[in-house]
Design a protein around this ligand. Sequence first.
Ligand code: ADP
Ligand code: MG
Length: 333
Amino acid sequence: MKKAAAVIVAIVLAALAAFVVYDATLNKTVSESFFAMNTIVSAEVTGVSAKEDCTEIEKIVSRLDTETLSRTAEGSEIFRLNKNGGGEIGEKTAEYFSLLIDVCEKSGGAFDFTLGGVSDLWKFGSNPEIPDENALANALLHSGYKKVFLDGNTVSVSDLLVIDFGAAGKGIALDEIKNHLEASKAKRAVVAVGGSVLLYGEGEFTVGIRNPEGNSGSYLAKLKTDACCVSTSGSYEQSFEKNGRIYHHILDPKTGYPADNEVLSVTVVSDSGLLSDALSTACFVLGVEKGFELAEEYGARAVFVTKDKKIIARNNIEDIIEITNEDYTLVIQ
Ligand code: ADP
Ligand code: MG
């Protein structure tokens, strides 16, 4: 018996050793970056099929953009809805609609994915300018998420309303990438689609909160987290100055003008990419107090950077945040 037990132990040890060698030789880390969804996408994947995963990530983001979310790519689902005043959409897209309608409702309309006509007038991304007041009032009149109806896989939209998933599309991309990584059994990955980041797999991750007043490589704070999605909405992303005032691309659906409150940026941590992205935009418009309430309704965590150089968070983030810029003060509310 003793001999049999020893043989079993030896076999198990040999199997373990074989596994370790197998693991050490076949897991690779591959990085790549490319341009899609009007932003830079960078991916670092560790796993046995890391190279194929990177290739697939590029396909996922490009496909999602051109076949579903883009407002300008003819043939995308959103393009067709806007052109035809509604129509049939795929099951996954219907699910995104349903989740985003919920964010519109729960945010009291601070998040509104029907502002396409209004943001077009601001021309962010080309030659931004303050729109003509009448044109803005007219575009605002035709927008409003309450004018969108979802019935199963059918969307109907009132005339002249322009659907724009720009505030959630990068997060949706993260969710689709995460599904792929789960299926391909990747070990670990960090994928950034603009200001939305997927932290996937084992171990701890560190993600920076950008200094809204500094250049793109300058950070105010670090968050140490497990796997999750982290999105930041900041007025610094797209803005212009006119007559001493800064105008940016996150709009208050009530006025059609850039949201104007104490906030410079909001970072939201959630298991869902769609929610982290949509909520960061919503919280920006809502401001600190109402923003925290909304994030918490979704079980998400938020960090606000404000104009008076504060980093405001709730105690659900105290353990994972480290301030790295001494001009800013951490306030736990
Ligand atoms: P970024 O695109 O820089 O990641 P956001 O995720 O905050 O930033 O999305 C901002 C984009 O969403 C704008 O460029 C515009 O297309 C759209 N948008 C602007 N204001 C709102 C709003 N209140 N609700 C929903 N979408 C908005
Ligand atoms: Mg967003």
